[in-house]
Design a protein around this ligand. Structure first.
Ligand code: EPZ
Length: 434
């Protein structure tokens, strides 16, 4: 449970943690080298602990100390992943491509993760089949085999982040050359390609929607820094816009935040980009604005809920079009408990902002997914009185310590604990794709 007192402005500097969505596929890639791979700037979040659990289960030795993670994949004994891990997070599906490449087989269940839409894995399966895997799906179990993976033409009708990553992981050690068109271009995909190339892979077209992967015999180890988390940075920008203040975010690449900066400037924030940092100055009286989510470089769906929190506190009528996930408006009902006025019709949400008066008011609310939970924190900072947020296990999946970061900026916020517990109990808590 997190307790937030509004409405004091934020001020100061905060270092942005390493990126969740970059480090998880990087951890899966470590499986492709029969030895040690080291990552620095690794965030201490539940999804990383869960991925470490998977890697340990199949035989890797993982050690995380001071944000440095070493993965020794010299011995991999298993090719199956227990259901608990698969249900705990969506990125567990990354292991399908990695295990096929390393072990020639994989036995997994359908992945869980945040309940933000139907989230099928047909594009993952299609890509791996094109690369020569035989895959059967029965009663929620996925059984994949491949004597030898071989390069092929893969076309994605939609630029799925996870499917592109799975295709890269499987193709990098395949025989021959794979060409992936319609690929996702998110910075996290670019990071995975750069890591694989550092390990000896041959990937071209990085940052474009057409990736060429020339298969190699083996990969070597690498030491690589995980980039700063652009979604965590965007969340803290949203918090500063909602309650005002002057905040400097260190350790994030502003080049990856173009659409976010432009939308947040529309609502009155003054945002300055520097070398690896962003500075925002905001009055705490945001103006109405509009966002349309889409694959990178469009506005990221992961910041849709934090943006909605700003809109709920803004002056005037704002609009969101959510184009990526069909069920990512569950946070609206919680914001309404704080007085927000939100109308949802299909992909579109219309938000009549409460402005400084009457403003949002503190309430007891529940996080139902990771980014939605963070959005409730941002709304709590802008609301009069006390906001209590339950269901914080979702927030811990992706934010190392949101209370530490925001209190270092002067926010009156505390984690009342009670949801911490052991890693395994917390994995259980979020299991079933809550
Ligand atoms: C990644 O999820 C991120 N997760 C998500 O972040 C993010 O919201 C999403 O990309 C979009 O940017 C990680 O990187 C670990 P997709 P992923 O495959 O890979 C449809 C967060 O909060 N689709 O690009 O699961 C799917 O239903 C999380 O950090 C298919 O139809 O996203 C969705 O509508 C949540 N078939 C769209 O594509 C498939 O086989 C985008 O999904 C795969 C996807």
């Amino acid at each position: 449970m997190i307790e937030v007192q509004g409405t004091s402005p934020l001020s100061g500097t905060v270092k942005i943690q390493g990126s969740k969505n970059a480090v998880l596929p990087m951890m899966a890639a470590a499986l492709l080298h029969e030895g040690i791979t080291v990552f620095t700037n690794v965030p201490r979040i539940q999804d990383v602990f869960c991925m470490m659990g998977i890697l340990r289960f199949i035989g890797c030795v993982c050690r995380l100390e001071d944000h440095v993670l070493s993965i020794d994949a010299t011995r991999v004994l298993r090719a199956e992943i227990p259901e608990g891990y698969m249900k705990a997070m969506r990125s567990s599906i990354m292991m399908l491509g990695a295990l096929l490449a390393r072990q020639g087989r994989a036995l997994t269940r359908y992945p869980g993760g945040c309940l933000i839409g139907s989230r099928p894995i047909d594009l993952h399966i299609k890509a791996l089949r094109a690369l020569g895997a035989e895959i059967t799906e029965e009663k929620g179990t996925i059984c994949a085999r491949a004597e030898r993976l071989r390069g092929a033409e893969i076309h994605f009708p939609y630029p799925s982040v996870g499917a592109t990553e799975n295709a890269l992981l499987a193709a990098v050690l395949a025989d021959g050359t794979a060409r992936i068109t319609g690929a996702a271009k998110e910075p996290e995909i670019q990071e995975l390609c750069l890591l694989l190339n550092q390990m000896g892979g041959k990937i071209q077209g990085i940052g474009t929607d057409c990736l060429t992967v020339e298969g190699v015999e083996s990969l070597s180890g690498a030491v690589r820094q995980v980039p700063g988390d652009r979604i965590v940075a965007g969340t803290y920008l949203a918090a500063a816009l909602a309650c005002g203040g002057k905040v400097q975010l260190e350790g994030v690449d502003p080049r990856h935040m173009g659409a976010v900066v432009s939308a947040f400037e529309d609502c009155g924030g003054h945002i300055k980009a520097g070398e690896g940092c962003l500075a925002v100055s905001a009055s705490g009286k945001p103006e109405a604005f509009e966002i349309v989510t889409g694959p990178y470089p469009d506005f990221p769906t992961d910041l849709q809920s934090p943006a909605m929190a700003v809109m709920a506190a803004a002056n005037g009528k704002s609009r969101i079009v959510e184009n990526v996930f069909e069920n990512r408006y569950r946070t609206a009902a919680e914001l309404e408990k704080m007085g927000a006025d939100i109308r949802i019709c299909g992909k579109e949400a219309l938000i009549a902002g409460k402005g400084p008066e009457p403003g949002l008011c503190g309430a007891r609310v529940t996080a139902s997914d990771l980014r939605g939970g963070a959005a409730l924190v941002a709304a709590g900072l802008a609301a009069k009185g006390t906001t209590v947020i339950d269901g914080c296990c979702h927030i811990h999946r992706g934010y190392e310590d949101i209370c530490r970061d925001l209190s270092s900026l002067g926010a009156r916020i505390r984690d009342e604990g009670g949801e911490k517990g052991s890693i395994s109990s917390r994995i259980g808590e979020c299991a079933g794709g809550i």
